[in-house]
Design a protein. Structure first.
Length: 359
């Protein structure tokens, strides 16, 4: 899936990326070359046109190399997936640029006032992953018409999503967190910007313009699954480093009693994570098969994707939390791989989407 030499090169720069709080030029060059920022963009628009199951496995593999790397590709490729809801005439020219990168926010923290030709936008959005290299930003806005915010029949604000060019936004470098440092998830804002209607869209299967199945996959489960595989990948990386720690503590005569305990804990954690991984991909693969063969995904199947995504994320980070106390004081030192993975996992844990309890 990712050739060993490419993986090794990406890993080589992970510590430096964490230290400088953004991906390195070497990492970005590989991302652009491999088209990872456009996993779900159609081939006709210079994308990879992957299915969701294929994209998830790449995102997991990248997160296993480095958390910030996987998270950035996941969030930015998730944003370019919105091409399916925009006019092909608009996006076809956008994706001619080999370094195009979408980023943005799902927060409903903007106001779009209807005008004769489109909308006037004001707002500020936090946590735009990959902001330093985003060429375009997406954001959600409540809709205002004739001085009033529009609401639906249930009293919920009506909103739409928008696409902005980098030159139209103001970026604030306020990303200073414990982990996922190299995601550079910075704030951006817009003040009084006029945008045409063609740069407004709705993220819903019924609103898809392009024919690809990935644009008809419900976005909630799409987002849950893509975030879950990041925690999974980071946990797998942690277990790999933990296994190396055991090897370092093993003498030619074999492990001592403490070493035997660590081996048992590693084996149990590895088996548990593999079981959860298999169950997760079974749910996702089933949902994708239903969509592509039947044209729709039954609600119980979607519920399973949500359940397995949330369970996988929670149990993955619990595995890391349970094993970290056995890693020794050296693992708490800044600059160590175990320390970086731990910080990344528990920064990712703050994303509310995967923190709801499963039935």
């Amino acid at each position: 899936m990712i050739d060993p030499q490419t993986a090794a090169t990406l890993a080589l720069f992970a510590e430096n990326a964490d230290r400088q709080a953004r991906l390195t030029p070497e990492q970005l060059d590989i991302i652009y070359r491999e088209k990872w920022f456009r996993l779900f963009v159609p081939a006709s628009q210079n994308g990879l046109e992957l299915s969701l199951p294929e994209g998830l496995r790449i995102e997991e593999a990248l997160a296993k190399i480095d958390g910030s790397l996987g998270w950035t590709v996941t969030l930015c490729s998730g944003a370019t997936q919105f091409t399916g809801y925009l006019s092909p005439e608009l996006t076809r020219s956008v994706f001619k640029d080999d370094t195009v990168c979408f980023g943005g926010s799902g927060a409903l923290s903007g106001i779009a006032k209807e005008t004769a030709g489109g909308y006037r936008i004001n707002g500020s959005w936090k946590y735009a992953t990959g902001a330093p290299y985003c060429t375009h930003f997406t954001a959600n806005c409540k809709i205002e018409k004739d001085g009033k915010l529009l609401v639906n029949t249930e009293g919920v604000p009506v909103y739409r999503s928008f696409l902005f060019q980098r030159s139209e936004v103001t970026i604030v470098d306020d990303w200073d967190t414990m982990g996922l440092k190299a995601t550079a998830s910075q704030r951006f804002s817009i003040a009084g910007l006029e945008v045409p209607r063609e740069r407004s869209f709705t993220i819903h299967p019924s609103a898809a313009i392009l024919p690809g199945a990935v644009y008809r996959y419900p976005f909630l489960q799409f987002a849950e699954a893509t975030l879950a595989v990041n925690t999974l990948g980071m946990a797998r990386h942690f277990l790999e480093e933990f296994e190396e720690l055991i090897r370092q503590k093993t003498t030619p005569a074999g492990p001592d009693s403490a070493g035997v305990l660590l081996q048992q804990k590693w084996q149990q954690a590895t088996a548990t994570l593999q079981f959860l991984r298999n169950r997760f991909y079974t749910a996702v693969d089933d949902s994708w098969s239903r969509l592509t063969t039947q044209g729709a995904i039954p609600a119980p199947v979607l519920d399973q994707v949500s359940k397995q995504s949330r369970l996988l994320a929670r149990r993955s980070r619990k595995i890391v939390a349970d094993l970290f106390p056995y890693c020794g004081v050296s693992a708490t030192a800044n600059g160590t791989t175990l320390n970086r993975i731990f910080r990344d996992v528990f920064t990712a844990s703050q994303h509310l989407l995967l923190n709801f309890e499963t039935p």
